[in-house]
Design a binder for this molecule. Structure first.
Ligand code: SAH
Length: 233
C-alpha cells in the first residue's frame, strides 16, 4: 500500500503500571510515576542520546500493544463524556485506533549509559509496563505549547481527596518502598480510576490497583477515596 511501512520498537518501557486500570488518561497527571526506557539491540548506542539531557521533556511515540489484537471503530465513547456519548475516534485520545499509535510528553529525569547500554529515566508517563517505544523526540515549547481550543477536554480532570487507613499508613511507614510511592498512590487514586458510569452512583465495592509489586485496596466513601490496605505481591 502507498506509504505503508513496518516499524519496530527502539526501546521498551519499564513502568510501575502493571495493568491498564488506574493508569492516568494523559501524561503529567501523576508526576510521581517513574519509569525507564531501555533501548533495544541495534539502537542502544550512547551516540543515539548524545545531548538528549539538554532537554527537560520528551515526546514518546509508542504502541498501545495491549490492545493490538482488539481492532478499532470509527466511533468511540471517551470517559470524559461520561462513557456513553459516541464521538469520532480521531477526535479522541482513544487507545483503540488505526495503527494503535500513542504519543505522550514526559519529563526526562536522566540518561544512563553503561557498557554500551542506554536507559532513559522518565517520569509522569501514562503508560503500561512493557510498552514498545517507536520513537523519542525532544519537546520544544516554542512550537509545541500552544494556546488551543480543547473540545470536550478543556481542563484537567477533577480530583478527589485520598485518605489512608492506619493499616495503610503503617505499611507505608514500615516498608522500604519505591521512590515517591505514597505520592504516586495519591496522584493515581485522586483521579478516581473507576469507569465513568460508576462515578455517578453509590459504590460499596473494594477496588485494587497494582503499582510496582504492590496491590493497593481502596473504596470510595462519599466524595473521598479511602485506602484500606496495601499488600506486597
Ligand atoms: N497520551 C497518549 C495516551 C492516552 S490514553 C496519547 O494521547 O496517545 C492513556 C491510556 O492508555 C492509559 O490510561 C492506559 O489505560 C492506556 N495504555 C497505556 N499504555 C498502554 C499500552 N501499552 N497498551 C494499551 N493501552 C495502554
Amino acid at each position: 500500500m502507498l506509504g505503508s511501512t513496518t516499524i519496530e520498537p527502539i526501546g521498551i518501557l519499564s513502568s510501575p503500571f502493571k495493568q491498564k486500570f488506574s493508569i492516568p488518561r494523559q501524561p503529567n497527571l501523576a508526576p510521581a510515576a517513574k519509569g525507564t526506557i531501555t533501548l533495544c539491540d541495534g539502537y542502544n548506542s550512547p551516540e543515539m542520546v548524545r545531548d538528549l539531557e539538554t532537554f527537560s521533556h520528551l515526546w514518546l511515540l509508542f504502541g498501545f500493544h495491549e490492545n493490538a489484537s482488539k481492532g478499532w471503530q470509527p466511533l468511540v465513547r471517551p470517559p470524559r463524556l461520561g462513557g456513553n456519548k459516541k464521538t469520532g475516534v480521531l477526535a479522541t485520545r482513544s487507545t483503540f485506533r488505526p495503527n494503535g499509535l500513542g504519543m505522550s510528553v514526559v519529563k526526562l529525569e536522566r540518561v544512563i549509559t553503561d557498557n554500551n547500554n542506554v536507559c532513559i529515566a522518565i517520569s509522569g508517563m501514562d503508560l503500561l509496563d512493557g510498552t514498545p517505544i517507536f520513537d523519542i523526540k525532544p519537546y520544544i515549547s516554542y512550537s509545541d505549547a500552544i494556546e488551543a481550543d480543547c473540545g470536550f477536554a478543556p481542563d484537567a480532570p477533577n480530583l478527589k481527596a485520598v485518605a489512608f487507613s492506619s493499616a495503610a499508613s503503617d505499611f507505608i511507614n514500615n516498608n522500604t518502598l519505591p521512590d515517591e510511592f505514597e505520592s504516586l498512590v495519591i496522584q493515581i487514586l485522586a483521579q478516581d480510576p473507576r469507569p465513568a458510569y460508576k462515578q455517578q452512583k453509590d459504590d460499596d465495592k473494594t477496588y485494587s490497583v497494582h503499582l510496582y509489586d504492590y496491590d493497593i485496596h481502596w473504596r470510595v466513601i462519599g466524595d473521598k477515596i479511602n485506602v484500606i490496605n496495601i499488600e506486597a505481591i
